[in-house]
Design a protein around this ligand. Structure first.
Ligand SMILES: [Zn+2]
Length: 174
């Protein structure tokens, strides 16, 4: 039987996209540049994860916790990574509670672009602190929230608070 060449030019966009996606990934960029942690608003780096302030927050104190590996699905994570990510989410919550006293939190993971992920290639967990009345006329009418504190100030406050509280605390509990 004659060999036929499989001609699939549409795949080149996908292949280029794969490469581009990783280079354009801000988590991977942050990971590669620890010297810029301050300007990238990186709060913590742990063995397998990092916690950063979201540059495009829904609310003041909106944090992202991501595994260090550029993977897109929960099923790609090891148990150690999965546990560390959730421990960090809880640690971030403890830290926010100590310095900002939120009344509640939204914790969530958007999987895939259709699921709302702005960066679908690199899995991350959102933690958004909430206060009574924070869905006010500004967010409803102007479609935007008023972020009253600068991110640099907030990062400094969170760093100071986490130092006082001994966070991140990743001790294994049983
Ligand atoms: Zn990445």
């Amino acid at each position: 039987m004659e060999n036929k060449t499989l001609w699939a030019p549409w795949r080149i966009g996908y292949i280029i996209g794969l490469d581009k996606e990783n280079k354009d990934c801000f988590f991977c960029h942050y990971l590669a540049h620890p010297e810029a942690d301050e300007e990238n608003h990186v709060l913590w780096r742990t063995d397998h994860c990092l916690a950063v302030l979201n540059r495009y927050p829904y609310n003041n104190g909106h944090m992202l916790v991501a595994p260090k590996r550029h993977v897109e699905d929960l099923s790609d994570l090891s148990d150690v990574e999965l546990l560390e990510m959730m421990r960090l989410v809880d640690n971030v919550k403890t830290c926010l509670r100590a310095c900002m006293q939120p009344h509640g939190y939204n914790v969530g993971i958007n999987l895939g672009r259709i699921g709302g992920a702005g960066l679908p290639g690199h899995l991350h967990t959102h933690l958004v602190p909430r206060w009574r009345g924070d869905t006010n006329f500004m967010s409803v009418c102007a479609g935007t929230d008023v972020i009253s504190q600068s991110m640099a100030e907030l990062l400094a406050l969170l760093r100071k608070t986490s130092q006082e509280l001994g966070l991140p605390d990743l001790k294994v509990r049983s």
